[in-house]
Design a protein around this ligand. Sequence first.
Ligand code: ADP
Ligand code: MG
Length: 820
Amino acid sequence: MTPLEDLLRTLTPPLEYLATAPSRLARSALPFRALREKLERSVAQAVDARTLATLAEVRGLLDGLDGGPAPTLAAAESAATLALQRLLELVTDLKRAPEPVAPRPVPYRSAAGPVQAQIDALKTPVQFVKGVGPKRAEQLATLGLTTVDDLLFHLPFRYEDRREVRTISMLRAGEQATIEAEIHGVQERFAGGGRRRVLEATASDASGTLTLLWYHQLTYFRSRFREGQRVLLHGKVEVPKGAARSLRLRIVHPEIEILDGQDDADTGRIVPIYTKPAGIPIGAMRRLVHSAVEQHAVRAPSALPPEVAARRGVMDLAEALRTVHQPPPEADVEALNAGTSPAHKAIVYDELFYLQLGLALRKHNVVEEPGIAFPLAAPHAARLAATLPFAFTGAQRRVIAEIERDMAAPHPMHRLVQGDVGSGKTVVALHAAAIAIDAGYQAALMAPTELLAEQHCATMRRFGQPIGLRVALLTGSVQGKLRGRTERAIARGDIDLVVGTHALIQESVAFKRLGLGIIDEQHRFGVLQRQTLKRHGTNPDILLMTATPIPRTLALTLYGDLDVSAIDELPPGRRPIVTRVFNQRQRERVLELLAHELDQGRQAYVVYPLVSESEKIDLLDATRMARELAAGPLAKYRLGLMHGQMPADEKDDVMRRFRDGDHQVLVCTTVVEVGIDVPNATVMVIEHAEHFGLAQLHQLRGRVGRGEHRSLCFLLASYAQGDQARERLRVMEETNDGFRIAEKDLELRGPGEFLGTRQSGLPDFRAANLLRDGALLRDAQEDAAAWLAVDPGLVSPASLPLRAVLEARWAGRLELARIG
Ligand code: ADP
Ligand code: MG
């Protein structure tokens, strides 16, 4: 604690107390003596004039309050009140005062030689690092560390503050401590009345001895030590439990680092801790990275445009790498551990800048390709607005305008429309299709499943046929003569809008003139399918639609090469889905509520989670539950079962029967489709809701609330009193806003979990963390876009280093795509 912090800590509480009720004012309320002492120490250490002046004023006020002749009571009171107010202002001001040690600005030293040579040098295999032989190289490869570059950017996952290594005699029970000691007398013995084997050892230094104790992996730990070996120990110091068998303090399962005579540098400083391959001791790992840094950090390509580096105040990579791997003694350990130190920021910013530059470039390349400039004076599109039984919402109108602007441009559109379930994306897509069709082109809508394709087709026909659009369905189930006829009609141009599954992009399907490809739930489709759809037309416009709201930081990373629109408003009159969390014990009551709705003629979903990643358990549980419900609480009703292990056509069949009302209750796993529309389904029960992410719960919940009736969603969860799970689920009760829920979910679970690892498509960051670095990401995006605006092809001399690093990064780590 600095003297100033100390002063403020003493001064603030009584001031705040007095300020709430000046009438309590008594001279004795302030600890004047202590304050004066602390004040003088602060003055002695103050580094800037402003702080000094403020402190002088504080001193004056304290003098006025303490001592001096006693004035009349009223005068004293008002003077004191004023003085206190001023003091409080000053204290607030002081708290904002600059850090005592102003961070020294580190200049950005741009790469000296040709950047490409530096990049190539960093691709040197790890063997060429001092201390790495073939064996070590093999071990490092198990962590994917094969080049010097890999080692340099293998950042510590934690830092240990060993600036103060203590002696054993200084230790107190209850504290976390790091000590350097020798190991003696390692032996197994029986504890707990002879029932349990433990491993025990004595650690000693010149000042005393300490017991070390292991309960697990005894053989392993016993094999690690030699008599008299020097080690660094870290752990919580404890007093032995029970009768004082020994008066010595002890550490149970200490973290241990064996000192082998070369590690003297690892005490008395802030020590980086690395993930390491099995077989490399922690100290050796540190030395390897250390020599990589010593030998090669200078070659890290610091190629940011100097003005960008200056604007963001980042240091060059060489300096940043040296600092994160070998923090100076005065470094802020907390910031290092949080990954927010200036050095971390420099590395993260550098990484994000090239990510955004690559994304922006890719987008720019697409945008620059020749495409179709659709005329906007489109009669069908105009008629659509006039014949729809409702008016577009403000959000729909805004997104339509964004789409129109893209479509009118002579380059291909690449736009993603995000909108909650029921926000009306389909009619927006139809509007876009009408524009393309009016220009003499065809449009295609691709959905992830047959059922969704059928549903979209029905919607497109309902609203499209009245304005004269010819709509056809093309899925795997369209076969035989009908398929042949449909394909020929598409090829002749007799179909305006084809709705289908990926059957649409098969070889046998040839469009006469595809102008617009619409992809629903695009996260289920790979980039490849997007590309294939593009092959069916001469650079058609592409419109992607998703009901999964993605927070902005993620969207920037994931869809940096797309333009993103959000339909963030639901059509009027939608009633929010009433959501309630129930404890598992209230299950019977929940099923009664569900039965009540069924008795009113409504339908229901009962959803079971993938309790584990195993599809087998998933199957077992949903099946077992369907049986149990059919035998007991819901015996009166017609139940259907759907799970992930069913063949697609069986799933579609069950879903159709539910849609047609044959099944009153659909017991299912999460396979129940995104966007499926059964307006009569008004209840959803989600079992074991605590196993789901919030975004997924929201997605599931969107299956109800699609009709005229009020809808209910019951989340059954196991939780204890005051449990976090309950708090998390409360969000679902509080809001129906998908974007808010997504933000919350991202915050709670992190990007990988949020997106689900299998389809995340997130680049593999070396230093960046999207949750922590959202602000840096936005800065990087802004800077990258600004740079490309000036030099779109990255061809100016100033851009050449950027291009070199960009190509190395995208090829090596980001693996998103080749830059065109
Ligand atoms: P999404 O695809 O975004 O889930 P849909 O396009 O299927 O949503 O629309 C959901 C329902 O709302 C459909 O029945 C659709 O006809 C209707 N709808 C769409 N836009 C509006 C609007 N502006 N006003 C009223 N109803 C609308
Ligand atoms: Mg839709």
